[in-house]
Design a protein around this ligand. Structure first.
Ligand code: E4P
Length: 294
């Protein structure tokens, strides 16, 4: 166990158990893992099947996903393995919940990922009431995070919310600001939500997540291996996050908003273009692994 292990729990963002083992060995620990339809579609076994012309049925896909998370589950610590329900823009909360209940039975340390939409939040709220651990994904705004707080209030287990900071950076906005703003907003809360910094693109994102005391961060293997190769550096008191993109252009700040956390969850404006686009991308990657319906 490394002496300088961060307080932020480290999760691998991936869909390949061999990679999980490799990263765990490189770090000396691994608290958890997140998966999603894009990452599962990239799994070497699934890629191999597709390359040899074997597109999968929905049932095969589900069995493959189950098999993948069952291999990952014993390799990680108490931050668990996040498994994402299949949801397109028309999927109802009831349909997501039925999948969530089934997926939650696959492994003992599952977190079920629901998208940050009205239906996803309904499913997340009901799951939390039923004792199903939840990770609300594709979160891009403070308002969305406030709605996650409100809809899961009273949850017995910690609820994760995943702000996707890299995808905000990709369109010129400072994604780290959203993590900072959500953390600040939750200071007035009851502590039932844990912030999981997601969609990290570079080591500075990880160091900034540590500096902001994000409870968790999910990180691609490449960045974790880079972090390990540098001896697991931590930000010191002089650490300053430079809000610039890969070309050195300044990212637009996202201001903090004073939001009443205890308002009814339906009162928050949770619409975000990137949430919609994110769902479309996951659906596309998922469908690409499937055989056309007979
Ligand atoms: C988190 O749970 C997601 O799987 C992930 O961080 C998405 O990151 P991306 O923007 O690199 O796809």
């Amino acid at each position: 166990m490394p002496a300088n292990r961060p307080r932020t729990k480290i999760l691998l963002d991936g869909g390949d158990p061999a990679e999980t083992l490799r990263v765990k060995n490189a770090l000396g620990f691994l608290d958890g893992q997140t998966t999603n339809p894009t990452l599962v579609a990239k799994n070497p076994e699934i890629q191999h099947l597709i390359a040899s012309g074997h597109k999968l049925s929905r049932k095969d896909q589900e069995n493959e996903y189950k098999h993948i998370v069952q291999q990952i589950s014993p390799l990680v610590g108490d931050a668990g393995v996040s498994i994402e329900v299949f949801a397109d823009l028309d999927t109802t909360a009831e349909q997501m919940l039925a999948q969530g209940e089934e997926m939650f039975s696959w492994i003992p340390n599952a977190y079920i990922k629901y998208p940050c939409t009205r239906e996803g939040l309904r499913a997340a709220g009901e799951s939390a009431r039923r004792g199903i651990r939840v990770n609300v994904t594709l979160c891009f705004s403070q308002e969305q995070a406030a709605a996650v707080y409100a809809v899961t209030k009273g949850a017995r287990e910690p609820v994760y919310v995943s702000p996707f900071l890299g995808r905000l950076d990709d369109r010129g906005e400072n994604g780290i600001d959203v993590v900072r703003n959500i953390k600040k907003m939750y200071e007035r809360g009851d502590g039932h939500i844990h912030v999981l910094a997601a969609s990290l693109r570079r080591l500075e994102h990880l160091l900034a997540s540590f500096a902001l005391n994000a409870e968790l961060a999910t990180v691609p293997a490449k960045i974790l291996e880079q972090w390990a190769a540098q001896g697991l550096p931590m930000p010191d008191e002089n650490f300053r996050y430079e809000a610039v993109d890969a070309e050195g252009r300044s990212l637009k700040p996202i201001p903090y908003r004073d939001i009443e956390l205890n308002a009814p969850w339906r009162s928050f404006d949770i619409r975000h273009e990137l949430t919609t686009k994110g769902i479309e991308r996951f659906v596309n990657d998922y469908l690409n692994t499937l055989a056309p319906a007979a």
